[in-house]
Write a protein that binds this ligand. Structure first.
Ligand SMILES: [Zn+2]
Length: 240
């Protein structure tokens, strides 16, 4: 895998695409905060309504949807995001289908990111870390990649978007959240505290305790690979 150790990204517009409220904050909010501080416009696009993410049996799906949306908006305020957008597909059954891809491509053509951050759809499980990647994460990553290339880029793709006045857009850099593999690191030593604050906004997701421990472990590990205190690692693809 090509290594991008020495070529630091200075994005102008960043679009994060993920399945659930909290996904991007977990995987990339240290980097997002850094890019905001450097003057970038950072947008989040959350594909599902988050209606399944609770152990609380008293909570209705409608209440949970509202709560998680508010939590993500508040986390966005902590980060200084330009906007948090929601598509409201049903949590737990996200598919990489035409509608989802078109809806992501629409946002790509609207906000015109030079850097797109999403999940690495090739991660099905991690035996070493002991988790199965949520199927919504895989579908979100695959749909975002398909939307970036070729759907948002080619003028003959998705004629309905052209009819809406949305010209094609070429995203030059893709950063994939993978957690086991990386060829590019962002130094988040200066924004790690902000990442923790951002995660704390997702109160319904119990982001304290074990989850915070895992976040710190990942940041220390990536930091070690980069030679700094804290970092976030990504699989970086430069589209030719
Ligand atoms: Zn998730």
């Amino acid at each position: 895998m090509k290594n991008f150790k020495t070529t630091e990204l200075r994005p102008k517009v960043v679009l994060g695409v993920a399945a659930h409220p909290d996904d991007l904050d977990f995987g990339a909010s240290g980097s997002m905060a850094k890019w905001v501080a450097e003057g970038a416009d950072v947008y989040y696009l959350i594909l599902t309504d988050g209606s399944k993410g609770t152990d609380d049996r008293q909570l209705s799906p409608a209440e949970l949807i509202n709560t998680r949306r508010e939590e993500q908006k508040n986390a966005g305020k902590v980060l200084g995001l330009a906007e948090v957008l929601f598509l409201d597909y049903e949590d737990g059954s996200l598919e990489c289908n035409y509608d989802v891809k078109r809806d992501i491509a629409r946002v790509i053509r609207q906000v015109k990111p030079d850097v797109l951050v999403t999940f690495d759809p090739s991660v099905i499980y991690s035996a070493s870390r002991g988790f199965i990647n949520h199927p919504d994460h895989r579908a979100a990553g695959q749909a975002a990649l398909d939307a970036a290339y070729p759907l948002a880029r080619d003028h003959l793709s998705l004629p309905e978007l052209m009819a809406e006045g949305l010209e094609p857009h070429k995203t030059s850099t893709i950063l994939l959240m993978n957690f086991d593999d990386a060829n590019y690191y962002v130094d988040i030593t200066g924004t790690f505290d902000k990442k923790c604050q951002t995660l704390a906004e997702h109160k319904s997701q119990q982001m304290d305790g074990e989850a915070q421990k895992f976040v710190k472990e990942l940041a220390l590990e990536a930091g070690k690979a980069m030679g700094v205190d804290y970092a976030e690692g990504f699989v970086r693809i430069e589209l030719k």
